[in-house]
Design a protein around this ligand. Structure first.
Ligand SMILES: [Fe+2]
Ligand SMILES: [Fe+2]
Ligand SMILES: [Fe+2]
Length: 418
């Protein structure tokens, strides 16, 4: 598997923007604006790359925080969500500068310059300024007619909250006809300034896994019911892929598909994800949309074709009763059948706050019934049952690990607040 870093980040950035319509492409916009500012300020290519990537995911912490610290509203505690993002990104390969900038993206210029006046500090100032601009742009009005007012607000904050150089660059861009037009189609214009470097930076399988793991946590942490689900599905699906003799690369690709299969859930409102009682029909229809959205958001990215296919079909069923397309039999690829079995197995055996997971015997009986009814693939179910004990242990271990990480994440944040 070879995926261009900028393409994968585009997927993750767009996924974060699904969480609220009010965000209206906020991450993609901030990435775009930040890259423009960095280019104009003459930063070197490596730092421009960090600024662009940090802008694209800068508020990831705010989304994961919802479950970690119940009382926290989105922007009420700016410092905490910035740190949360830094904690999430800390273990991503080659993201040292990126995670630092994310952690400081709300630190006022006059505070940060006391600590760091180097290029990382400037990078964080740039994200702060780009964020300042974008949250002030109303989505229902043409941006061009709003720029003058936003520039005036920015000028009032120059030298305190905002870096005066960033404000100056914004004013220059506003004055230049068409310089900010990319905001109307930001995804396609994202990488012009940091272009050369970003065009060439490819991730192999292991780096994709390491970059996607924290984002699986962002997906899972939105609901305490399923706070470790994707991690469980990833290890079960990978093991089944090994059992059907998929190549090593395909096995790791399956792991990535497991991590991202529910990425479309970022578009499902928290009130539905966290509803303690059964869903109404209309709510269930919204919930079901997540499978289609997973497929869509992972689509058209070179290198992620299989991830997209397997994740996008994770709720299809052999007998045609699944969704979103109601595919049947041979129309469903072997990889997708594996994810389906791994998803069902993980869902029924994992503990959830309102019920304990099924014991292995009960889970085996349920899977057998679904195989007999040709809902799930009988051969995959058979393979799973043969290795049930080992697989169940591996699933439990991985989900425990994810729970520990979640505890460390929320514990680390609680300490910050005291
Ligand atoms: Fe923020
Ligand atoms: Fe933001
Ligand atoms: Fe799902």
């Amino acid at each position: 598997m070879q995926v261009r870093l900028i393409d994968l980040m585009g997927v993750l950035s767009r996924a974060l923007d699904l969480v609220s319509r009010m965000l209206g492409n906020h991450h993609v916009h901030v990435g775009f604006l930040a890259a423009r500012f960095a280019g104009r300020l003459g930063m070197d290519a490596a730092t421009q790359r960090d600024v662009l990537l940090a802008g694209m995911v800068h508020d990831a912490g705010a989304i994961a925080l919802h479950t970690a610290l119940e009382s926290l509203a989105f922007e009420r505690d700016l410092y905490t969500h910035a740190r949360a993002g830094q904690l999430l990104l800390d273990n991503c390969p080659g993201f040292e500068g990126v995670s630092w900038m994310v952690g400081e993206h709300h630190t006022p210029w006059d505070v940060l310059r006391e600590r760091d006046s180097g290029s990382l500090g400037l990078g964080a100032n740039i994200i702060n300024a780009a964020d300042f601009v974008d949250v002030r742009l109303r989505r229902h009005k043409p941006y061009a007619v709003q720029f003058a007012d936003v520039a005036a607000s920015a000028k009032r904050e120059a030298g305190r909250l905002l870096n005066p150089d960033c404000v100056e660059v914004f004013r220059e861009l506003v004055a230049e006809h068409g310089a900010l037009d990319g905001l109307y189609a930001p995804a396609s214009h994202l990488y012009t300034d940091a272009e050369e470097r970003m065009e060439q930076e490819y991730l192999g399988c292991e780096d994709v896994v390491r970059l996607c793991s924290p984002f699986a946590q962002v997906i899972d942490f939105r609901s305490r019911f399923t706070a470790t689900h994707s991690r469980g599905v990833a290890v079960v699906a990978e093991d089944l892929a090994r059992a059907v003799d998929f190549s090593l690369t395909e096995q790791r690709t399956m792991h990535v598909a497991g991590l991202l299969h529910d990425i479309g859930k970022l578009a499902v409102p928290g009130s539905i994800l966290e509803k303690p009682s059964a869903l109404e029909d209309a709510e269930f229809a919204v919930m079901r949309e997540h499978a289609r959205i997973s497929g869509e958001i992972l689509g058209n990215v070179a290198g992620l074709e299989l991830v997209c296919q397997w994740a996008g079909q994770h709720h299809e069923r052999l007998d045609g009763t699944g969704y979103p397309f109601g595919l049947r039999g041979e129309a469903i690829s072997l990889g997708a059948r594996i994810i389906q079995v791994a998803d069902v197995f993980t869902a029924i055996t994992e503990d959830r706050p309102y019920r304990e997971g099924m014991r292995p015997e009960a889970a085996a009986a349920l899977l057998r019934r679904q195989a007999d009814a040709r809902v799930l693939d009988p051969e995959i179910v058979c393979l799973l049952l043969e290795r049930m004990d080992d697989l169940n242990c591996a699933r439990e271990r991985e989900q425990q690990k994810a729970r520990d990480e979640f505890e460390r994440f929320s514990g680390g944040l609680r300490n910050l607040r005291h």
